[in-house]
Design a protein around this ligand. Structure first.
Ligand SMILES: Nc1nc2c(ncn2[C@@H]2O[C@H](COP(=O)(O)OP(=O)(O)O)[C@@H](O)[C@H]2O)c(=O)[nH]1
Ligand SMILES: [Mg+2]
Length: 279
């Protein structure tokens, strides 16, 4: 039996959370096409007869513009130390650049490079990207994968398991994630809002469950400015209604969601607000 911890790190939007969900075969992390979707460490546990692998998904490491951004970077960087394996995820469809090198400088020399989104690149482009990664990131192991289709993922997981020390499972073998239920519902609400918002608004949204009396769940949606409130609510509440419907479909039957929007001015930049939200 092998067991251990594996962190997934990389620039925002390279597909870390999608890859985690693919490896586990279950959704434990929300994903979107907006950067900084993941705002905390999310543990997902892969249980195999021969191994237990605890994957740690992390926020994308980036050039911070707010206090939230600084804290997200710290959360991600911290997850890259003290683990058995670090996977540095890069995007096959975008040039490897300063953002990737910035991350590479913050992860151990034996990190595994994962070139994701191979489904969206031609075989030649993938080869070129692997060569570029070798040149610029200078590691010893490279795996082309597609989190979307699953291509290459088994080979990556086998390599990870081979690198783990022998040891007993850390979690009961039916545990898939350590994400608390209330946190998960808030994340699902944020995921739906990310799908329909643009520009700066995705960054301005925070969600949290403020009351949980099953089947009634009350979720607070924070925005930073009055002008954003209307967008999140939608014409006659249409956006909130659609969000509620989409989230309910992913919850056990009978769940009753109450969504309400509150303005918390510039919460992303205020230490006190961030502390309260748990960042
Ligand atoms: N085509 C393609 N898109 C992907 C793949 N993995 C992730 N994506 C997309 O890339 C975007 C960012 O994904 P996400 O997992 O949230 O990235 P993260 O910020 O690194 O966690 C989303 O729109 C995903 O659907 C992949 O293997 N192929
Ligand atoms: Mg993510």
């Amino acid at each position: 039996m092998r067991s251990g911890f594996v962190s997934l790190v990389g620039r925002p939007n390279v597909g870390k959370s999608t890859l985690l969900n693919r490896v586990l075969g279950t959704k434990v992390a929300i994903t979107s096409d907006k950067p900084q979707t993941t705002r905390s460490q999310v543990r997902g546990i892969l249980n195999r007869p021969d191994a237990q692998v605890v994957f740690v998904d992390t926020p994308g490491i980036h050039k911070p513009r707010t206090l939230l951004g600084e804290r997200l970077n710290a959360t991600a960087t911290e997850a890259a130390s003290g683990v058995d394996v670090v996977c540095l995820v890069v995007d096959a469809t975008a040039p490897i650049g300063p953002g990737d090198r910035f991350v590479a400088e913050r992860v151990p020399p034996d990190a595994v490079i994962v070139v994701n989104k191979t489904d969206a690149a031609s075989p030649d482009e993938v080869l070129l990207q692997l060569a570029k990664a070798a040149e610029q990131l200078d590691r010893s192991a490279y795996f082309p994968v597609s989190a979307k289709t699953g291509a290459g993922v088994d080979a990556l997981v086998d390599e990870i398991v081979n690198r783990l020390p022998e040891g007993p499972a850390w979690y009961p073998d039916d545990t898939v994630t350590d994400v608390p239920e209330a946190f998960w519902v808030a994340e699902l609400v944020r995921e739906q809002l990310l799908a329909v918002t643009h520009d700066e608004l995705p960054h301005s949204i925070a969600t949290r469950v403020v009351e949980w009396e099953w089947p009634r769940i009350r979720v607070e949606i924070l925005v930073e400015r009055d002008s954003q409130k209307g967008i999140v609510i939608g014409r006659k509440g249409s956006v909130l209604k659609a969000v509620g419907t989409a989230v309910r479909q992913q919850l056990p039957e009978g769940a009753y969601l109450e969504l309400f929007v509150k303005v918390d001015k510039d919460w992303q930049r205020r230490a006190q607000a961030l502390d309260r939200l748990g960042f």
